[in-house]
Design a protein around this ligand. Structure first.
Ligand code: 13P
Length: 303
């Protein structure tokens, strides 16, 4: 089936099933194009919780669809490619959290949304890259364990120096590719450009940036800026909205390897199949669901 025919079938099935399609900023261009809402993890989790549609096709990775299901357990949440995972999310287990709690009983656990539901269930509150600093700052406890992303954790630590923050050793394999030297090289090639990076980048990369934020915050910053050139330190899917919203501005990606292999798994074909066959349905065990919902709801309340 050609692209136009596929798109038309997606729109038809979407209407028939009264479904909502949401896409993360890292999805391939064609998928972002057919989505009702495109955004970062925080924005999409809010959209899914607030919208009335009973069927949600989540074009992203597993933990994102799982979070949508936890916040709206009565809805049918579909992930077009069931093996679209997140290596960072898999770097911590519920057992690890249990052990940390035993070792540090008076610490609060702040867990990045890039984590499995079983880990969320054992955490005090969830955060995303757009609200991590605010959540850590506003928690009454000064002793925090931040997991699983050590780079986002280091960024938070810098912004909230008054708190005692223990980091976990997780990291995003895509953002980790960017080195300090890449930023220095890009700056010398484009001396007038501002450097905008995601906080999942290494601390010495974040150090050199003019702006650090979530994918949506990067897009909003570049769109609002009077500057004309930007060096982008995150997955290249963000270029879709950056270019669409700013046809007169120039964007240079920091590293040619900024492609998340999991985010790129969803295609128009798999979105169409998700709608047609109502697959792959995300389910969460009841026991895990309650705890994870409490921690996610606390993020929405605070963030
Ligand atoms: P955002 O919430 O910034 O979109 O980040 C999601 C993510 O997984 C980044 O790698």
């Amino acid at each position: 089936m050609n692209i136009e025919a596929l798109k038309n079938e997606i729109y038809k099935l979407k209407r028939e099933k009264n479904a909502l399609i949401v896409a993360h900023n890292y999805q391939i261009d064609e998928v972002q194009e057919i989505a009702d809402f495109v955004g970062d993890s925080f924005y999409l989790s809010k959209v899914c919780a607030e919208r009335p549609e009973e069927v949600i096709v989540f074009c992203g990775v597993h933990f994102m669809a799982e979070s949508a299901k936890i916040l709206s357990p009565h809805k049918k949440v579909l992930l077009p490619e069931i093996d679209a995972g997140c290596p960072l999310a898999d770097m911590v287990t519920a057992e690890d959290v249990e052990n940390l709690k035993k070792k540090y009983p008076d610490y609060s656990i702040v867990c990045y949304i890039n984590s499995p539901a079983s880990v969320k269930a054992k955490s005090d509150v969830i955060c995303t890259s757009s609200n991590a600093v605010k959540i850590v700052r506003e928690l009454p406890n000064n002793k925090i364990i931040f997991l699983p992303d050590k780079n986002l954790g280091s960024f938070v630590k810098k912004q909230v120096p008054e708190k005692n923050i223990i980091l976990w050793e997780g990291f995003c394999i895509t953002h980790y590719k960017i080195k300090k030297e890449d930023v220095e090289k890009a700056k010398s090639l484009h001396p007038n450009a501002l450097v905008l990076v995601h906080p999942e980048c290494r601390p010495d990369v974040v150090e050199l940036a003019d702006f650090v934020g979530s994918t949506k915050q990067i897009i909003d910053f570049a769109t609002a800026s009077k500057e004309k050139e930007f060096i982008i330190g995150t997955e290249m899917g963000v270029l879709y909205s950056l270019k669409k919203l700013n046809p007169d501005k120039k964007f240079y990606i920091l590293h040619p390897g900024m492609i998340c292999p999991n985010m790129k798994k969803n295609t128009l074909q798999s979105v169409r199949d998700a709608l047609l066959y109502e697959r792959y349905q995300i389910e969460v065990e009841e026991e895990i669901m309650q705890g994870a919902k409490r921690a996610l709801a606390k993020m929405l309340e605070m963030g």
